[in-house]
Design a protein around this ligand. Structure first.
Ligand code: NAD
Ligand code: UDP
Length: 320
């Protein structure tokens, strides 16, 4: 296949490009580097099956070539942390444009070429969920004017638009609802819990737990996620599919597990004032649909995934 990947210079986009190339596909990566980094794609320089176009997907997309088989739309800021310049709360208009206009333009490309379309959606469309764990049938609990709404509502709009193109134009669409994923190539300073804690632990700084640390998440290792997404791309499932690791822990436990991997554990500090508005209390995917239609479930546990992630953070750790 010839595949367009938007957000290719980001954490997930770059791993997706690697997987597609490894499967023998040709990849066109597209990114404007608003939160991504050229370094994430540096290893693909000279790769015959990879080309790159620097472009903002919220502007009309012109592609070279007459054949395209799939569009995978991953371009969007993804970290909620208001304390990071890369957090979507600090990029509100760009985030709505990537999820809104970027999805419209990416679907337009899929329609023009008769290509399959896969949307990277998110567990954030469930908001601060009142149903636990979250199945795809849950409609969510999102404040439409909260600070997180720029991301949540853009992704909800993106899902609705994807289904509109499917129903009205007959586009062959997929929607993956991605739950918290971690691994090498995450931006050290994007403010998400895993990169913050790993970088803090490796540089001997205190681990900053926001609130009392009793909020939960379920963390998936990147290779597991990409496997699920690749299977979804090849499937004929048009309904949204949750992909994530259902093993749920508190954020305090995450800090303690990261500390336990290192010889010199850091202090854990509690910062109640940094707990952002709308920060979900609990999050865990119900992955029954992924198991049933894709035969997929995660295989890498947190201990193992963090151990595989450590060398990257070791190499790039930053002392602020
Ligand atoms: P990331 O910030 O590392 O990657 C996003 C990429 O999109 C970056 O390279 C950025 O420069 C690019 N981008 C943003 N706006 C753009 C635009 N207008 N034009 C072109 N490129 C643009 O984040 P990530 O964690 O890799 O997330 C990738 C996708 O997966 C996002 O759509 C995100 O919403 C979704 N997602 C990720 C997670 C996760 O846990 N990592 C969870 C849920 C959903
Ligand atoms: N968090 C934290 N300390 C940090 C960064 C994040 O305690 O340094 C918390 C954050 O408040 C949230 C959880 O960790 O409750 C997960 O945050 P993340 O930004 O990784 O992703 P989210 O699931 O909120 O999108």
């Amino acid at each position: 296949m010839r595949v367009l990947v938007t957000g290719a210079a980001g954490f997930l986009g770059s791993h997706l490009c690697d997987r597609l190339i490894a499967e023998g596909h040709q990849v066109i990566g597209m990114d404007n580097f608003i939160t991504g980094r050229p370094e994430n794609l540096a290893h693909l320089e000279g790769e015959k099956d990879f080309s790159f176009i620097e472009h903002d997907v919220s502007e009309f997309i012109n592609l070279p070539g007459s054949k395209l088989d799939a569009v995978m739309h991953f371009a969007s800021p993804a970290s909620p942390n208001p304390n990071s310049p890369y957090g979507y709360v600090n990029l509100p208009i760009q985030t709505m444009k990537a999820g809104g206009l970027g999805t419209l333009n990416s679907l337009g490309v899929a329609r023009a070429y008769g290509a399959r379309f896969l949307l990277a959606s998110t567990s954030e469309i469930y908001g601060d969920p009142q149903v636990h764990p979250q199945p795809e049938s849950y409609w969510g609990h999102v404040n439409p004017i909260g600070v997180r709404s720029v991301y949540d509502e853009a992704k909800r709009f993106a899902e609705a638009l994807t289904l509109a193109y499917h129903r009205f134009h007959g586009i062959d669409t997929r929607i993956v609802r991605i739950f918290n994923t971690y691994g090498p190539r995450m931006r050290l300073d994007d403010g998400r819990a895993v990169p913050n804690f790993l970088n803090q632990a490796l540089t001997g700084q205190p681990l900053t737990v926001y609130g009392n640390g009793s909020q939960t998440r379920s963390f998936c290792y990147v290779d597991d996620l990409i496997e699920g997404i690749y299977r979804l791309l090849l499937s004929d499932e048009h309904r949204p599919v949750n992909i994530g690791n259902p093993s749920e822990i508190t954020i305090l436990e995450l800090a303690q597990i990261i500390n336990s991997l290192l010889e010199n554990p850091s202090e854990v500090v509690f910062l109640p004032d940094k707990r952002g508005e709308g920060d979900p209390e609990r999050r865990r995917p119900d992955i029954s649909r992924a198991k049933e239609v894709l035969g997929w479930q995660p295989t890498v546990d947190l201990q193992e995934g963090l151990t595989r992630t450590l060398p990257y953070f070791q190499a790039y750790k930053q002392t602020p």
